[in-house]
Design a protein. Sequence first.
Length: 269
Amino acid sequence: MIKDFMDSHGFVICAYKDSPYLCELIESLLAQTARSRILMATSTPTDTMRGIAAEYGVPLLINEISAGIASDWNFAYAQAETDFVTLAHQDDIYEPAFTECAMDAFSREKNPILTYANYFEIRPQGRVYDNRLLHIKRLMNAPIVWFPRSRFVRNRVFSMGCPVSCPSVTFNRKRFPDFRFTDTYRNDMDWEAWYRLAKEPGAFLHMKEPLVGHRIHEGSETTNSIGSGVRSAEDFDMYRKFWPAPIARFLLHFYERGLESNDLNDLIK
């Protein structure tokens, strides 16, 4: 029997221009073992996007202000009509059990902040469940799994890097109805968001199963920001929130080594 979370959980798809993977994402949301509301939000509507939304019966909401990724994510978050919301990235996919696992985690915690899942990569060669970056992130998430309510532990983890996959996060919107991503960053607005939320009382609930597929391709914002150097500058700025400059530079060196796994030519199984 399919569980019904239409009144409590929703996906809001963050769409940008024409993604060749958008249909695959929507189909993965429709294939969930639990039903949720599905909306799509964009500041760059196209005829193709409108056609896909109509084909799948997904309401398309237009952000009239095109001011970058943070603006788009904030608009998407504000459109949610449910207490719990997942911002779905247009190039990624969700395993069928994602919604059910996230809502089950919320139901077992008195004061949840968010849930987030382990993830795998989708590359031209196929699915990748283990490489250097994924291994490092799993190690970093282990303390949060053991101590989900500890603000001290979360701060120590985020002082070393960002192990949270943004599209895998489901927010407790009932508790944080006015939450916003900062527009200071182009790439690290998610790390900065977890940095702020980590200071709040309550639990970060990590689902160890790989429930989200994150696509690595030449057109992705993550790949582009690494190549342009934007990622390094923003990562250094984030490290400076926790450490003096010399230590921040030292940590950045090792963090960048891990991010080399985002190179399409670097496939470490």
